[in-house]
Design a protein around this ligand. Sequence first.
Ligand SMILES: Cc1ncc(COP(=O)(O)O)c(C=O)c1O
Length: 454
Amino acid sequence: MEQKMSKWGFKSEKRTVTIRDFLEILKGNLNKNDKRDVIHLGHGDPSPYPSFKTSPVAEESLLNALRSSLFNGYPPSAGLSPARESVAEHLSKDLPHKLSEGDVFLTAGANHAIEVVLSALARPGANILFPKPGYPVYEARAAFSNLEVRHFNLLPERGWEVDLDGVEALADDKTIAMVVINPGNPCGNVFTFEHMQKIAETAQRLGILLISDEVYNHIVFGSNKFLPMGLLGSVTPVLTLASMSKRWLIPGWRLGWIAASDPNGVLKKSGIIESIENYLCITADPATLIQINLSMISVFEYRYEMKYFLKGAVPEILEKSTDAFFSRTNDTLRESADACYATISEIPSLSCPHKPEGAMSTMIEINPLLLEDVKDDVDFAMKLAREESVMIMPGSILGLKNWLRLSFSVEPAILRDGLERIRAFCSRHSNTLQGYMKLESRRCASSNLMHDDC
Ligand SMILES: Cc1ncc(COP(=O)(O)O)c(C=O)c1O
């Protein structure tokens, strides 16, 4: 018997396009006959490459925890106490106030931290402010929580600082929070302290929560030092979201956290902390094994009952070796960022307005007028995948049309190969003078200008 669709009380629509969605589309567009390896510059997972191998300390402590059979049970919903306390101690080293276990909530990576915080904050009619360009998981999460999203600009001409006038203009009495990402994905910028102060003062004046995504904390290789937004917790309450994924090069281990820097106790009084705790009771936990491993990884001062796992290793020695480990990663990323900047500057149809100084990616502007047969950023990415087996993220997915996000956290030799394939692609598609004139006159006609004015 035929049934009418209107009989059903449910229906769903696809809400957003994420980086992962677009990577699948790009994969489908690769040329299977191309014998060359595919080069992945479209997403930031350095872990498969030899130059970005995690520290042996992290691996060893995980194996020890596994073999002990002591950590096979459920963890508490906000995370194991020693692990929460370790994160609190670790973060407090960079803060004027001391965080305690109760200020830290463990999550399955920073993506899960985004889910927890947005779900805990959402209420009917509320809106939230995100950066453009940004990290699309925020938009996707907000859509699933029915939160209205408003975008403020990051300004390329000012080293991708936040357009604070824009923030003031967007906010109203329904705005609950603003998100900043520092060091920045996708732009590779690092905020100065002066700019962070202005952001915190703006959030305080508007009465909105400041959410600081610091998943790339300490991954800096330019002139600006990494400073946590929690430093300004007494100006305005700050929720910091971060994880082990990038700094320890273990995104697959899925361990992250939410940390509240709020010496004035505003978040407790307003019920936000309770709401986060409530949400954590109903969502999945990071594996117990990974949590206990966290409290043993060298950078976190180790002093719990599981001490024997370290088998007498001296924490100071481990501290030193991890310093070397972190510097090695940052040095490799600095060289890769320099190589990207130098090569892109030599390609006439592309430009990179700001040399990356942190995180693992950079934004590149395309001048479609200088390219033939390439309509826009999405077309660029699709054709590049097809013709050169290089995957790169179109800026449209992150909110900026006719830009590209290039993730440079791959093996340096592979990156160089990828950059040369991009150069070859642009040169093959470079516009002849005739083509350029044709496009120019089309542009003039569509903007209703007299030809002479163009
Ligand atoms: C800005 C930003 N926030 C959050 C995340 C998610 O991090 P995780 O892998 O810990 O879930 C990423 C991952 O790339 C990111 O770039």
